[in-house]
Structure formats: C-alpha cells, structure tokens
Design a protein. Structure first.
Length: 297
C-alpha cells in the first residue's frame, strides 16, 4: 500500500454476539483492507473496529460496516456505560502514511454525505468540523442519544449531513479526521463509582489535570470494578506513563489499587517510546533501536 489511511469506527453494540459477527463480516468482506482489531466490551455495550488500507478501500469498508450496523442496531433499546448517541457512534479517519490531511478530509466528507443520504444525521468534528463549537466530540455528544429529540428542534444543532430530525433507530453519527489517539483505560480494585469519577475529573485538563486527556469514570459490573476510561489525544505531549503514574497516585489517596489497564485498539509505536524511556529509565532511547521498525521502512 503506497497510501495508508486508518479508520476506527465505533458501534453501539457489545453484547449481542450474533449482531457483532454480522457487522464484523461486512467489514472483513471488504477487499483491499487489513482489519487490525475488533474490540467488544459488554459493560460499554460497544465494539470498536480498526482497519487500514488505501483511502478508497478504507472508505468502502466504513460504508459496508455502517450499512450493516444501521440495519441491525436499534438505539431505542440500547444501554451501556460508555457515552454514545448513535448506532454508529463515531467514525474517525486517521492519516498514517502518504495521506495528506485534505485527502483524509475528502474521505470523511464523502462518508458523511453517503451516511446522510441513507437517512442518518451526521456531524463533522475535529479537523472536519464546520464550526468551532463542533470540534470536540465531547461537546457534540453532550446529553448523548437521549438529548437528540430536543437538539433536533434547535437550529444550532442542525446536522452537517442527513435529516434535521430525530431518527430513533439510528440516532446520529460523528465523523471527521484526527491525530492518532491512544484509548487507554485503567481499572481500579473498587466498586465505588464515585472514586473513578473523581479521579477522571482530576485527570481531565478542565479539572486541573493533564492537557491532552479526556477521561470519564465507568462501572464494570461484570468484573466488580470501576474504570477510568481515557482518550489521550496527543501522546507526544501527554505520554502514557505520565497518565498511569498520576492515576496510581490519585487512587492511592483513596486507598485503592490499580487492578489492570488496557489499550483499546492499535496504538502507534511512537506512543510506546516513552514507556521504555520513562518506565525503564533508558537514556537516549530511540525508536529505531527496535529491530522491527527498520523492517517497515
């Protein structure tokens, strides 16, 4: 592949294995793409699909998986701990190699236009945003699915594509182009959701925390724990180890230990450089010291 674009599409289904398998098959049947990860979470009731390929092939994959998800998922019966507002909730396109921002934006807008044409309201975010107040996913998704009936009565919430109307079955979708982020979750050995929410608030920049961290506290009922679920929107300026050590310190103030952590979906190799440098205290570590990086050139 001379050009590589990545898509990380989130659907609001993480419990019905039959539906997940059908949606997954629609993606895997797409020629020319490499499916990197399929991550389903029952507590979140959400599945994240990640794949790469030439821009046109990645776009076709997004259309294929979206069409099947919109067909099978009914948001009127959906519940889960993760914020969401649509059957296909958020669809970021991420330039990886030899793809300029403008080409990625063209793909995102072609996807949004197509999705709007089949009757789903669409909002553009991040680099594709049509107005400043829509750059943030958090801002667009405020109130989640349940807020859509009222939002669709307010001209300020007119979608960028698709009907200006509440569509109960599909909800609405957010799509755009963004910098590669790291989806990093830390699970705590407690069932006290208040602790997870308090730590999440301290982690967020708005709460006096780290500049490029979005965080929420969620219950993990199946595991008997709670989770600080995060997106690190710029891993170069807010490295993974910095996030881990701050959460560990905050948890200790509540007498709570970290049980485990997880990375959702693929992670850029460059994001792991700081794990070696900061956790192992390796002086002057360079990513080229990893043998496999030299095979990718």
């Amino acid at each position: 592949m001379s050009k590589i674009l990545l898509c990380e599409l989130n659907v609001s289904e993480g419990t019905d294995l039959a539906k997940i398998e059908c949606i997954t098959a629609a993606l895997k049947d797409t020629p020319g793409i490499t499916v990197m990860d399929v991550d389903s979470d029952k507590d979140h009731n959400r599945t994240v699909y990640t794949w790469i390929g030439e821009p046109g092939d990645v776009l076709q994959g997004a259309m294929n998986v979206t069409a099947k998800a919109v067909e099978l998922i009914d948001m009127e019966t959906h519940s889960g701990s993760h914020p969401r507002m649509g059957a296909v909730d958020v669809v970021p396109f991420v330039p990886v190699r030899n793809v300029e921002k403008e080409e990625a934006l063209s793909i995102a807008r072609r996807y949004g236009s197509w999705l709007g044409s089949i009757g789903v309201p669409v909002y553009y975010y991040e680099e594709a945003a049509t107005r400043p107040e829509r750059e943030s996913l958090v801002s667009i998704r405020k109130g989640q699915y349940e807020a859509l009936p009222e939002k669709m009565k307010d001209e300020a919430w007119r979608p960028d594509e698709g009907p200006f109307d509440f569509v109960p079955k599909s909800g609405a979708t957010v799509t755009g182009v963004r910098f590669p982020l790291v989806a990093y979750n830390v699970n705590l050995r407690t069932t006290d959701l208040g602790i997870a929410k308090a730590i999440a608030n301290r982690m967020r920049f708005a709460g006096g925390g780290l500049r490029f961290v979005r965080a929420i506290g969620l219950p993990l009922e199946d595991k008997g724990m709670v989770q600080v679920s995060m997106n690190l929107t710029n891993y170069e300026k807010t490295p993974i180890p910095m996030v881990y050590f701050l959460i560990k310190a905050l948890a200790e103030t509540y007498g709570v230990a970290i049980a485990e952590a997880e990375l959702v979906g693929p992670v850029p190799l460059a994001a792991l450089k700081d794990v070696v440098a900061m956790c192992l205290q390796v002086r002057d570590f360079d990513i080229s010291q990893i043998i496999e990086t030299n095979l990718l050139r």
